[in-house]
Write a protein that binds this ligand. Structure first.
Ligand code: HEM
Length: 454
């Protein structure tokens, strides 16, 4: 059985191309066939697939030794710790997934809709009017607030103030190349040894300090909740403290801490970027924007169109590029044998632009998720991955997107700061708009709020 065809470039050039222009990089791979191999420095060879059927096969590996945790551990371990849904595999992962499932279930998160809308409204009212600004950082502010107040359930104003500064710093330093690229042993030494911890200029020292400050707040919050109790609390932290596994055991404080940081890392920038892309596309597609505004806000039809807009945005501009798994056993995909130890991945932007499923794949047309074509489109829609490692926060992300898009449309009119579409850039592990979705806002109904003419 032949090996999959591969890009003929040395690994450092492949990674440089991937970072500079991820869409062209993946498109070049697809020209070799629906199964192709890439090589990135420091990683095992990675076999990529480009269609929904092949993606389904690859994601089925989750049940037979495909390991998502092993791929993510090197990059995310220092930030999220060892007891994280992102980095665990096999039985320990299952235990955590079963405990985190109920608080993030669709029905559970639906209770947070009002809170999310209030948080969004308060932020939108502070947006500048009549001058260009970048939407993505604003969306990050809103989604961070949702994580702190709705997921962590923090109410104390002082703690919220401190976390508002500390959490973005923690994520930025935790993703810093000087922290993530170090081999595990020297990194652990730099993060923990007293001599290293005195060198304040080192990124590892700054990271360790911020991490200790955040951990102190979270452990203290857990101690208070255990002491004071609040049986009616519906935030994720309170529910995790009350959760018991099949042996009747609770998660330890360390495990709860790691999962809280996991939800922050997995759910904050991703959702903000998805929202930024939604508006980047909407302001350049006036037909869709107008239809969305004209639909009744609360009726079923209005909600159906809003949902289709969100789906189409996550299709045409998926935030996460791929779903890599390290194989514990060899696998056959599309007539190619892939050895154990290699990675396989569905490449989400390629699956989402397969012209057999999505005619005119570059066009932003939410209607493809309504009517007779919808069933086929939904089957190939993978922005949240799939298999057993399907995004644990997908229902929360979709709720946030629905509430925040509706709140923005209710309060302001937006037009692009520049009519040219924003390019797709790879930033850490997400696909972001190159200029962070720059727009100009006007208060709804004001003369300056006329829609973009083109
Ligand atoms: C639009 C926003 C989001 C997108 C596009 C997204 C996408 C993804 C993707 C593609 C994966 C990997 C799935 C796979 O490998 O098959 C993932 C995993 C995960 N996501 Fe999300 N996500 C989003 C928001 C969130 C939110 C809000 C949370 C929680 C607060 C969250 C928590 C997680 C967790 C914990 C995992 C790891 C699941 C596991 O390995 O068991 N995500 N997400």
């Amino acid at each position: 059985m032949p090996a999959p065809p591969g890009l003929r470039l040395p690994p450092p050039l492949q990674v440089a191309w991937l970072v500079a222009d991820p869409m062209r990089f993946f498109a070049a791979g697809r020209r070799l066939g629906p199964v192709f191999a890439i090589r990135l420095p420091g990683m095992p060879p990675e076999v990529c697939v480009a269609t929904a059927d092949l993606a389904e096969q690859v994601l089925a590996a989750d049940g037979s030794g495909g390991r998502a945790g092993a791929v993510r551990r090197g990059l995310l371990g220092p930030l999220v710790g060892e007891a994280s849904l992102l980095t665990l595999d096999e039985e320990p992962w299952w235990r955590h997934r079963r405990l985190l499932g109920p608080p993030l279930h669709g029905r559970a998160v639906a209770r947070w809709g009002e809170r999310v809308a209030e948080i969004a409204a308060a932020d939108i009212d502070r947006w500048p009017l009549g001058e260009p600004f970048a939407l993505r950082p604003r969306m990050e502010r809103i989604t961070l607030e949702v994580i702190m107040r709705v997921v962590f359930g923090i109410r104390d104003a002082g703690r919220l103030r401190r976390l508002r500064v500390l959490l973005p710093r923690l994520v930025a330093l935790g993703g810093n190349a000087a922290v993530v690229r170090l081999p595990p042993r020297p990194r652990e030494w730099l993060l923990t040894a007293p001599a290293a911890r005195r060198a304040a200029f080192l990124p590892t020292t700054r990271f360790a300090r911020v991490r200790a400050q955040v951990d102190a707040i979270l452990y203290d919050e857990m101690a208070r909740r255990r002491r004071d109790g609040d049986p009616g609390a519906c935030d994720v932290l309170s529910q995790l403290l009350a959760a018991r596994d099949e042996a009747g055991e609770p998660l330890t404080d360390r495990e709860v801490r790691d999962e809280l940081i996991t939800l922050l890392v997995a759910g904050h920038e991703t959702t903000a970027t998805a929202l930024a892309w939604t508006f980047e596309r909407l302001v350049r597609t006036p037909r869709v924007l107008e239809r969305l505004r004209d639909e009744p806000a609360d009726g079923d039809d209005g909600r159906a169109y809003l949902d289709a807009v969100i789906k189409e945005s996550l299709r045409v501009r998926p935030v996460v590029p791929a779903t890599p798994r390290v194989l514990a056993e060899p696998m056959v995909v599309g007539g190619h044998r892939i050895p154990a130890g290699w990675c396989v991945a569905a490449v989400i932007p390629l699956v989402h632009t397969d012209p057999d499923v999505f005619p005119d794949p570059g066009v932003f047309r939410p209607e493809r998720f309504l009517g007779p074509e919808a069933a086929k489109a939904n089957r190939a829609w993978l922005p949240f991955g799939g298999g057993r490692r399907y995004c644990a926060g997908a229902q929360l992300a979709l709720l946030e997107m629905r509430m925040i898009v509706a709140e923005v449309l209710r309060r302001v009119e937006l037009r692009p700061a520049d009519p040219a579409p924003e390019r797709v850039r790879l930033r850490a592990v997400t696909l972001v708009p190159a200029r962070s979705a720059r727009v100009v806002a006007a208060r709804r109904g004001s003369a300056a709020a006329r829609p973009w003419p083109g």
